[in-house]
Design a protein around this ligand. Structure first.
Ligand code: ARG
Length: 262
């Protein structure tokens, strides 16, 4: 090989390695360079994340949002919120449309195949939302026999609904707000929801009721980021540690619960 050819060859090798190096750069660096972090969430899950009119403006609020704000603040960047269907969150993360998911998401082994999770920051107990008029009729899980059950698509609640023995039908919708409408309009009879979400919807819809019926299941929730970004996961865990230590998460939950009931 001539000197010139060797030079060109070496140049090509360097270029290939630097491109590969760039694509492997931790997302944390990109976020800091961009000066903002983009949150993906499904804002139909009070008190975690929900729409609320404040000062005449529609806003997305909730304890997940406060956690996301604290993460952005610790990173020294702006927070941008994208509200989407829960079933679309993992694809949005894989497609680089969002930087992280804070949406009451349970770190299931199945999901952990495609994304990385932070530590768990909350545990939800799966319960039900029904019509108040049915409160005397639906008192145990067995009473769900022959009834139409609703759940949000692509959630652990979908799995629970599918496991209810003798259910007449399982209706899956992308947004919980639509399921709540179906319940109010007598199109379904019960929605599988975590306790705080069921209570929040019952508070804001006087015709609905959150009975003391539990599926006896505890599901943790965590924050998801695209695979292979250990520095971003570490930064998020540090903020979570700080919030847990300072008792802030409980504070955020109490505030969001109040806000959801107003
Ligand atoms: N914890 C459940 C899951 O991960 C439901 C989460 C739904 N979140 C929402 N914002 N609607 O499957």
């Amino acid at each position: 090989m001539s000197k010139k050819k060797i030079f060109i060859f070496l140049l090509a090798v360097i270029m290939v390695f630097s491109i590969a190096g760039c694509s492997k750069q931790d997302k944390l660096v990109k976020i800091q360079e961009a000066g903002k972090i983009v949150l993906g969430t499904s804002a139909d899950y009070p008190p975690y994340e929900f729409h609320k009119e404040i000062d005449g403006k529609d806003q997305i609020v909730g304890f997940d949002i406060e956690i996301a704000k604290a993460i952005a603040e610790d990173l020294g960047v702006e927070l941008e919120i994208k509200d989407m269907k829960f079933e679309g969150l993992l694809a949005a993360l894989a497609g680089d449309k969002i930087d992280f998911i804070v949406s009451g998401m349970t770190p299931t082994p199945e999901r952990a195949k495609s994304v990385d999770f932070s530590k768990e920051y909350y545990v939800e107990e799966q319960k039900l939302l029904i019509r108040k008029a049915d409160a005397d009729k639906i008192k145990t899980i067995d009473d769900l026999e022959g009834l139409r059950i609703g759940a949000q698509k692509a959630t652990v609640q979908e799995e629970i609904a599918n496991g209810i023995e003798g259910a007449a039908d399982v209706k899956l919708l992308a947004k919980i707000t639509d399921l709540v409408l179906e319940l109010s309009n007598d199109k379904i009879d019960a929605i599988v929801l975590p306790k705080p979400v069921a209570i929040a919807y019952a508070e804001s819809n006087p015709n609905l009721f959150a009975p003391e019926i539990s599926f006896g299941r505890q599901d943790g929730v965590a924050i998801a980021v695209a695979k292979g970004n250990p520095e971003l996961v570490e930064a998020i865990n540090q903020t979570l540690d700080r919030l847990i230590e300072e008792g802030k998460i409980d504070e955020f939950i109490a505030e969001a619960t109040k806000l959801a009931e107003e």
